[in-house]
Each structure stands twice: as structure tokens, then as C-alpha cells.
Design a protein. Structure first.
Length: 329
């Protein structure tokens, strides 16, 4: 089976997803959809896409389209996912899930009602690097989980739509989603919701949060600290401390590339172990292969380490709580 894709949106991220589709022998792009014909023409020429359209509804009504990628700003994810699910299309929608919990409820209710496949576009979770990380979390070497720390900083505020609601929903969602995977894997399915969160932040001139930090206490004394900013820097870090040692990313956890990726296991008593993951493809390719597998299997959601529906909902609730805390400080 070959998945025929419609790409909604002509931003930077759509280029990356199209590249992943092009590299796969199980998918092909049929149409690029957006508001500006001149931009669509450039996309069409750059990627060799058969068709362009400015009519989202007509594309969703096309029976030849199997799957839709939504690469548009966060605040429209729920409306387009709802329309795509109603049309019976599989959906890969960019992170964050939405910008409000009400919209998250609407989105997930729609995919449940129409029993269509949906996954939130945390592409990094599809890469073999994260599969290896997930395996190490499960193999017992860390002992009991004690603390987690993560940072993601990138000077991108000039390029993002303010309706996307700032750094938490554009960048902070990455360390938040990896924190979610870590706590869920090591402490159980219910553990992530049992928390106390404190947050602080700074507002941009458009009233979105541009810098944010939070400290969290989960049950059994597990602590976490996260930071996110889209107003300066190019920096990333993520580490997990257990009772027996530390697992940390040396390479960027949120942008695994083709080639060699790098983790380190640092036991408190023993030698450091470098864990290398070699792969010929980047995270966007692996995300497309993940969607293909689930659609062929007629699944409605992804398997771990990619986020299922409830996982995306819990991450969205965490981001909402973090935003609320920042605005109250």
C-alpha cells in the first residue's frame, strides 16, 4: 500500500516532512495546500508535487487522498484535524496538540468518533535514538527515578505566529513530552498526572510567553526542572538521574539526524558508557514510516515511544498548567 498525502501548510517544517515522505517507498505527496498560490507554486517546483490547492475542503473530499499532514499554526490544529477525521483521513498534525484544553477535547473527540488514525507530530520520538533511550529506561540500570532536567532554547520568535501561543507550545513541548515519556515509563501510567508544578516566565511584546521555567514534584519525591525559550540561544540538554546513575543525551534529543546519535550512561559507581545509535535516516523519515505502519494495520493511534492520544492529552495539560503558572508569577 502507498499512502497518498496532502500537505497542509508551506512553512519550514513542511519541507522537512515532505523530504521524509519522498525518502519513503510507502508514501507519496499528491498535493500541497495553502493560502498563497505563488508560494504553493514554489513548493510544487521544489519538491515535484503533482498538484497545488487553496481549497482545504476540496482536498479533504478527494477520495484519492489517504493521509493529511497539518503543518499550520497550533491554534488551527483542532479545526483541520476534525475536518480531516470526518473525511476519513489519517492525520499527522504538528505539535503542540492545540493551544487550549477545550480545543484538545474537540480534536480527540473527533478522531475517536470517526475512528481514524491520529498522531501528534513529535517526530523525534519515532527515531531509533529515542527507541534506545526508551529501552534503557526500562532495563533497570537507573534504579529508581529521582530527577529529570531539560532545556530547549532557540532564537525563533521572529518567525513564529503569535497565535501559536509562544515558546511553551513551540519548543517547551519537546522537553515536556520527553519528561512525560520518562516519568510514565519509570513510574507507571498514572504517575505523570500526580504532580505539583511551579512556573515562572517572561512575556514578549505580543503577550506570549518567550522564556519559561518550571519545577515539578511528582509522587514518591521525583523532581523535574524544565526551561524553554524562543527569544535567545541555540541550546538543548536532557538528563535523567536515577538512584544508580545518570542517562543523558550528548546529541540533540529533539532533532535526531541521519548518521550517529549519542547517549551516555554515567553510573555513580563505574565507567561511563557511550551509547551510539547509527541510522541512515532522520526523525522525519522515521515519523512517516511510523504513520505508514499504523495506517496499514488500521490502528487509530501510535505505539510508544510515539505519543498515543492520552499521552498527547496529558502533555497538553502539562503545557497549559505551565503557561498558567507563568502568567501568574
Amino acid at each position: 500500500m502507498t499512502l497518498n498525502w496532502a500537505i497542509f501548510g508551506t512553512g519550514f517544517i513542511s519541507n522537512k516532512v515532505i523530504d521524509g515522505i519522498t525518502r519513503s517507498d510507502g508514501s507519496q505527496v499528491q498535493v500541497i495546500v495553502g493560502r498563497k498560490p505563488e508560494v504553493l507554486t514554489k513548493f510544487q517546483a521544489a519538491h515535484g508535487i503533482p498538484k497545488t490547492s487553496t481549497d482545504y475542503e476540496a482536498v479533504l473530499a478527494d477520495p484519492s487522498i489517504d493521509a493529511v499532514y497539518i503543518g499550520l499554526p497550533n491554534h488551527v490544529h483542532h479545526t483541520l484535524t476534525t475536518a480531516a477525521a470526518k473525511a476519513g483521513k489519517a492525520v499527522l498534525s504538528e505539535k503542540s496538540l492545540t493551544t487550549t484544553m477545550q480545543d484538545a477535547d474537540t480534536l480527540l473527540a473527533s478522531v475517536r468518533e470517526h475512528q481514524t488514525f491520529f498522531v501528534e507530530g513529535f517526530m523525534y520520538l519515532s527515531h531509533p535514538l529515542l527507541r534506545r533511550f526508551y529501552e534503557v529506561l526500562q532495563d533497570g540500570r537507573l534504579g529508581d527515578l529521582r530527577s529529570v532536567s531539560g532545556v530547549y532554547a532557540a532564537d525563533i520568535w521572529k518567525f513564529v505566529n503569535p497565535l501559536g501561543m509562544g515558546t511553551l507550545y513551540n519548543l517547551g513541548c519537546y522537553p515536556a513530552s520527553l519528561l512525560h515519556l520518562t516519568v510514565q515509563t519509570m513510574c507507571g501510567q498514572e504517575a505523570f498526572g500526580k504532580r505539583v508544578l511551579h512556573g515562572v516566565g517572561n512575556l514578549n511584546s505580543d503577550n506570549t510567553i518567550c522564556d519559561a521555567a518550571c519545577s515539578v514534584r511528582f509522587d514518591k519525591g521525583v523532581l523535574a526542572t524544565l526551561q524553554s525559550t524562543d527569544s535567545y540561544g541555540t541550546s538543548n540538554a536532557f538528563s535523567v538521574l536515577g538512584s544508580k546513575g545518570e542517562l543523558r543525551f550528548v546529541s540533540n534529543p529533539w532533532q535526531p539526524i541521519a548518521g550517529r546519535s549519542h547517549l551516555q550512561w554515567c553510573p555513580y559507581d563505574g565507567d561511563v558508557e557511550d551509547i551510539y545509535v547509527e541510522d541512515d535516516f532522520d526523525a522525519f523519515y522515521h515519523q512517516i514510516k511510523m504513520v505508514e505502519r499504523h495506517v496499514v494495520a488500521q490502528d487509530q493511534e501510535a505505539a510508544r515511544p510515539s505519543p498515543g492520544h492520552q499521552d498527547s492529552y496529558e502533555i497538553m495539560q502539562f503545557l497549559t498548567d505551565w503557561e498558567s503558572a507563568c502568567r501568574q508569577c
